[in-house]
Every structure is written in C-alpha cells, then in structure tokens.
Design a protein. Structure first.
Length: 236
C-alpha cells in the first residue's frame, strides 16, 4: 500500500486550478504569476499574458494566447515561444505588433472568433497621469466567452467607463494597486461593485494589500478569490 500511495502522489500536478461549470464541460482556471493565467475548456488551453517570471514547468501548451498590452510583463516573446503550440494564434493590441508580428490584432471594441473562441476587446487605460502611463487605445482588456460563461481579463488600466459598462461577467481578473494611486485596493473594490462579476480574482498587484480588497467587498454578492500570484515574494 505504501508503494501504491507513493506512486499516486508523484503524479499530482504542481498547478492546481479552480473549476467552474459551463455548458460543454468545466472551465479550469490556473493563476500562474502577476497577470499570467492558464484557462482550460473543452480540450483547449488558453494562456493569458505569459511571462517568463512565471513557473511554466507544469503548464500546458497553448492553443490560443491572449495578450493585453505591449509591456514586457504582458507581451513576452520568450515565454510565448515556450508555451505556444505550433501555429497557435496570438491575440494582441496593435501596440504589440512589433514584438508579435504574426499576432491577430484586436482594437478596442472589436470582437473576433479566434481558434473557435469568441474574444471581445474592451478599452484598458489610465485616467490618472504619471509614469508609466497607459493611454487609451494602447492596451486591451478582454471578454472571453466559454460555454456560455463570460471571463474578463482587465490587463492594465483603471475603472474607466468601458469597464463600468460591463454586463454579465461571470469571472473577472482585475488589476489592482497600480503606480501613482491608480486602482488601489479600495478603487478596485469599488469597481467590482459597479460591474458586478460573480467571481473576482485581484491580480497584477505586486506588493498591494490584497486582503484590504477582500475586506472592502465583505457583504457584496461576489466570490473573491485570492490566488498565489507571487509565492516567492509574499507568500500570497
């Protein structure tokens, strides 16, 4: 029995994802690092913002890669090359074309079906000026629809009118605690109360006080998931 148990334990994967029911099977979501997320559904793997600082040793090769911005922690050609299946499409904003010349460009407000998956690009930008600054039109956030479930990945930006207008979001990944007071935990929590996702993962927060975000949403009808985005740095 001991040998049998040891054999079973050796095949447990390093990555453990959350499962959400959807038409046609569960959606499995595995946070990796910072803004990097692995999504699995109906035999397809989507990698969002793969970045070399994440641990991809147990990650699955991508049928589709989705990139929110042109910055190195969102558009990393080295990480993309390692995780991409041959010929897998890469969805990018136009600002990322130099780094990913074979990317499928989506402009703010545009919707395309890529690799059989509906992807809607939503504007992602800063309202508060400063360095770094993310102007309107440079980056995207995305709504990805899988099995009738709408997943939102905010990329980098504030709670702009386009985000406030979101409807029917089932699972949201929301950037938090950006420089210069943008999207502090309180601002991110307020944004959640406006567009009302069923589930929210705060991400892209580095040393942000993620517990404050969760505390600010106590009593709200939202499932707040605190993932281990930065295990080596903060244990969170």
């Amino acid at each position: 029995m001991r040998f049998a148990l040891a054999a079973v334990m050796t095949v447990i994967p390093a990555l453990a994802g959350d499962r959400f029911p959807a038409a046609g099977g569960d959606i499995e979501i595995t946070p990796i690092n910072h803004a990097s997320v692995q999504v699995e559904y109906a035999g397809k793997v989507i990698q969002v913002d793969p970045w070399r600082q994440g641990d991809y040793s147990q990650a699955k090769p991508a049928d589709l890669i989705v990139v929110t911005g042109a910055e190195n922690d969102h558009l990393d050609p080295e990480a993309i090359a390692k995780i991409r299946k041959p010929g897998a499409p890469i969805v990018i904003p136009a600002a990322g074309n130099a780094k990913a010349p074979d990317g499928v460009v989506l402009a703010n407000g545009e919707t395309k079906t890529v690799a059989g998956i509906s992807i809607e690009a939503v504007a992602a930008y800063d309202l508060i000026p400063g360095d770094p600054f993310h102007p309107k039109g440079r980056g995207n956030s995305y709504i990805i629809t899988l099995g009738g479930q709408r997943l939102y990945f905010s990329g980098v930006g504030e709670c702009v009118p386009e985000v406030q207008a979101l409807k029917g979001i089932d699972i949201a990944f929301l950037s938090m605690n950006l420089p210069h007071g943008r999207m502090t935990p309180a601002a991110a929590a307020e944004c959640v109360t406006i567009f009302k996702p069923r589930v929210v993962y705060p991400y892209h927060y580095r040393d942000g006080k993620v517990e404050d975000f969760k505390d600010d949403l106590k009593g709200e009808p939202v499932d707040v998931r605190l993932a281990k985005w930065y295990p080596s740095a903060t244990g969170k």
